[in-house]
Design a protein around this ligand. Structure first.
Ligand SMILES: *Cc1c(COP(=O)(O)O)cnc(C)c1O
Length: 376
């Protein structure tokens, strides 16, 4: 008889918030006292804190990670007829942001061992229409930026980093998001730094870009009822900013816990037939928004995880170029073999700062059970 135990959750934010409840209550009380609910002092304070955290000159908060990507591309001058190079195995928002500008995503396949854009193939995708290279630090793993920076410089292109899953991830001690012309973050509740609702930010060292972003997020206006350009209503709430500022103080501690869980998973899964962890590139510090394995027989592994009451995710089951939303691109199956292969093999294990060692052991035991039939 297997002793009854509670299910292993994929993500549990309730514990984290319970510990922070007093701080959050105090922060929210102040927002109601000030009653400046949109772009108030709390927003400016959080922007300063997040810019400092990343080591960037500017942080411009917005209403979501999607808005951050969209406005960054607009601010970089992307428009109808342009192309933006990115990977086909991201969350759909990466491609949507390109489409919102009237531009077209130009996909480049990924490498199998990292699931991130194959840098060697980027130059072949560049043409007259290319304006921006948009690498995605998928799952919290940094894409190596130096070659992309060199290429962009040579070809006169901008770089926008999608760091929506990678708050605090580093390459040679430099924060992701600070190496391109701008970097975008999402504060969707489940992200490594999450609000109590939607939120996002762009960081940049470029004064001109920051200025443009501030206009774009707020109806093209610097002074109330004076509008320099046609903009959007993509502002962050003060309530979200207050919560984010409190949670930012814990981000390093939480990322460290994720890294500890990942290194436990890495060590336990090493050598297990039919199950492979992603490769960690030299000089990079991933922050494991997700802990993703590649499995030969995903159906079987899924079945065993379900039997063991272990929640898991698939990020992502359909690559963007094969989504109905992007059929108009006319890209057939086989266009990006590695991204397509990954969509069939990836599986995300539970990972979050409060995941207990007991739960981690339960996950590993289930995977050992799953891998046995594969080896025989
Ligand atoms: C979450 C996410 C986004 C979008 O962020 P939202 O805040 O949900 O709009 C964009 N890109 C990637 C890679 C993401 O994971």
């Amino acid at each position: 008889m297997v002793p009854a135990r509670p299910p292993v959750k994929f993500l549990d934010l309730a514990h984290q918030h319970k510990r922070l409840q007093d701080e959050i209550d105090l922060g929210l009380k102040r927002i109601f006292e000030e009653s400046s609910f949109v772009l108030g002092p709390a927003v400016e304070e959080f922007e300063q804190a997040f810019a400092d955290y990343c080591g960037a000159k500017h942080c411009v908060t917005v209403s979501s990670g999607t808005a951050a990507l969209h406005l960054s591309l607009l601010a970089m001058g992307v428009r109808q007829g342009d192309e933006v190079i990115t990977a086909p195995n991201s969350f759909i928002a990466t491609a949507e942001a390109i489409s919102f500008c009237g531009a077209t995503p130009r996909f480049v396949d990924v490498t199998l061992d990292t699931a991130t854009i194959n840098i060697k193939q980027i130059s072949d995708a560049i043409n007259q229409k290319t304006k921006v290279i948009l690498p995605v630090h998928l799952y919290g793993q940094p894409v190596l930026m130096s070659e992309i920076i060199e290429l962009a410089r040579e070809r006169g292109l901008k770089i926008l980093e999608d760091a929506c899953q990678a708050h605090g991830a580093m390459i040679n001690r430099k924060s992701v998001g600070t190496m391109g012309d701008a970097g975008c973050f999402s504060f969707y509740p489940g992200k490594n730094l999450g609000a109590a609702g939607d939120g996002g930010a762009v960081i940049t060292n470029d004064d001109h870009l920051a200025e443009k972003l501030r206009l774009l997020r707020n109806h093209g206006s610097k002074k109330k009822y004076h509008h320099q350009i046609v903009g959007h209503n993509f502002r962050l709430d003060s309530i979200q900013a207050a919560i984010l500022k409190i949670k930012l103080r814990y981000l390093n501690e939480w990322n460290k816990k994720r890294q500890e869980i990942a290194s436990y998973y890495n060590s336990q899964l090493k050598g297990l037939k039919g199950i492979e962890s992603l490769r960690v590139l030299d000089g990079t510090e991933p922050v494991y928004h997700l802990y993703v394995i590649q499995v030969e027989n995903r159906k079987l592994v899924e079945q065993i995880l379900r039997e063991c009451s272990i929640s898991y995710g698939i990020h992502y089951p359909v690559p963007i170029h094969l989504q109905p939303a992007y059929l108009s691109l006319g890209l057939m199956e086989g266009s990006f073999p590695n991204a397509e292969m990954l969509s069939r093999k990836v599986l995300s294990l539970p990972i979050y700062p409060d995941l207990t060692r007991e739960d981690q052991v339960t996950v590993i035991k289930a995977l050992y059970r799953a891998s046995e039939p594969l080896t025989k």
